[in-house]
Design a protein around this ligand. Structure first.
Ligand code: APR
Ligand code: ZN
Ligand code: ZN
Length: 361
């Protein structure tokens, strides 16, 4: 009964992660067992390890993943062994007040597996974002598996499971970027570059990338930025206004999660424009804005959780666009690594050397 697999576990706050034996139960009602083929290293995994998300150690890390369904629970329909899936952390419930109002991308009661994966001694593991995919096999709620065209490379597909989807969705779903719009993206990591791709896909005319690192700005150009601003040298608010006829951008995406860059986003948008916060702040942060400007500028200040994505709608569509050559998701994969290299990948991420390191199993 169950399987014994290798997984990456964060044992305690700030401790290096370790390759550890993980016990994965057979799927029960509503669950699916997935053989993971690829899983990207995301900032949120690092935050778990650092204790920034909670103290429910040990954590089984990894959540930007794609793989093959190996088995499903007794009552599961619409998912079969052999299906190629991207794992999501928004398995919508269909019943909460968001779902019942027809807005499932805000679902307030998403599903995860009921059974916990454990260490060999039976200690229950907390799975990162209810996924835990730095493991050869993982147990999730069936609704966390989104079937997509298996022609896509797993290492590319998995990225849609979190950060890249958050960025694309921040531009398209939350920001409502449309043809001819001007868009500025502040912070050009994986999430910000996703927003650039999303803006380009939606037909934005001007896409301004802002970062403090010239390497990131170079990559941002490759994703479709039409202009770049290094905000350590140039005032980004003035720079964005200059590039938009003196007015500011229609949509500004903040993809860092800091008060000072949020303020830049606020002042760099045109009247009636939209600010989208997709970067994740920390609990100590406070924001100060002139309330008269909040009122007087009109428009909308929005947050984007997971890019307001609906996995069943967005993942297959984005995979198909990629396969048609219209969405170069492969550019996010800076390197492919082995499961044992996750700790080293965190260091590369902190130095800004990579957009995404992707574990290939
Ligand atoms: N001004 C402009 N750019 C900045 C600044 C700043 N003050 N500080 C950092 N940056 C840039 C970094 O140089 C980097 O390119 O922001 C980018 C952040 O990218 P990553 O660290 O790679 O983070 P990413 O994975 O894109 O996630 C961004 O979204 O999901 C959340 O937790 C995640 O809060 C994080 C954010
Ligand atoms: Zn719901
Ligand atoms: Zn993530």
């Amino acid at each position: 009964m169950g399987s014994s697999v290798a997984g990456i576990v964060a044992g305690g706050k700030g401790e290096p992660v370790a390759l550890t034996e993980v016990i994965v139960a057979d799927p029960g009602p509503g669950e699916a067992l997935v053989r993971v083929q690829a899983c990207g290293v995301c900032h949120t995994d690092l935050h778990y390890k650092q204790g920034g998300i909670g103290e429910d150690f040990p954590y089984l890390l990894g959540h930007e993943a794609a793989g093959i369904v190996e088995a499903t629970g007794p009552d599961v329909t619409g998912l079969e062994p052999g299906d190629f899936v991207i794992l999501n952390w928004r398995a919508v419930c269909g019943q909460c007040r968001a779902c019942s109002r027809g807005r499932p991308w805000y679902c307030f009661a998403t599903h995860n597996a009921t059974q916990k994966m454990t260490l060999a001694d039976g200690t229950p593991l907390s799975a990162a974002l209810g996924i835990g995919a730095f493991a050869e096999k993982t147990l999730v709620a069936a609704g966390q598996c989104t079937k997509v065209n298996p022609a896509i490379a797993p290492g590319v597909a998995g990225l849609l499971g979190c950060g890249v989807m958050a960025g694309i969705g921040a531009a398209i779903n939350t920001g409502g970027v449309s043809r001819g719009d001007s868009v500025a993206v502040i912070g050009c990591g994986g999430v910000g570059d996703g927003a650039i791709l999303g803006a380009r896909l939606a037909g934005a005319a001007t896409i301004i990338a802002v970062d403090i690192d010239d390497r990131k700005l170079q990559w941002a150009r490759e994703f479709g930025a039409t202009h770049v601003i290094n905000s350590s040298a140039t005032d980004p608010v003035e720079g964005i206004r200059e590039l938009t006829g003196g007015f500011g951008a229609d949509v500004v995406v903040e993809a860092i999660g800091r008060p000072e860059t949020y303020q830049q986003a606020f002042f760099a948008r045109d009247l009636a424009g939209v600010v989208v916060l997709v970067g994740v702040p920390t609990p100590d942060m406070r924001l100060e804005l002139p309330l008269l400007e909040v009122f007087g500028r009109g428009g909308a200040l929005k947050s984007s959780w997971y890019g307001d994505c609906l996995p069943s709608r967005d993942f297959p569509m984005l995979v198909d666009l990629h396969l048609e050559g219209r969405l170069p998701l492969e550019k996010f994969v800076s390197e492919t690594i082995a499961l044992g290299d996750v700790e080293e990948a965190f260091a590369k991420m902190e130095r800004g050397d990579v957009l995404r390191s992707v574990v290939i199993f």
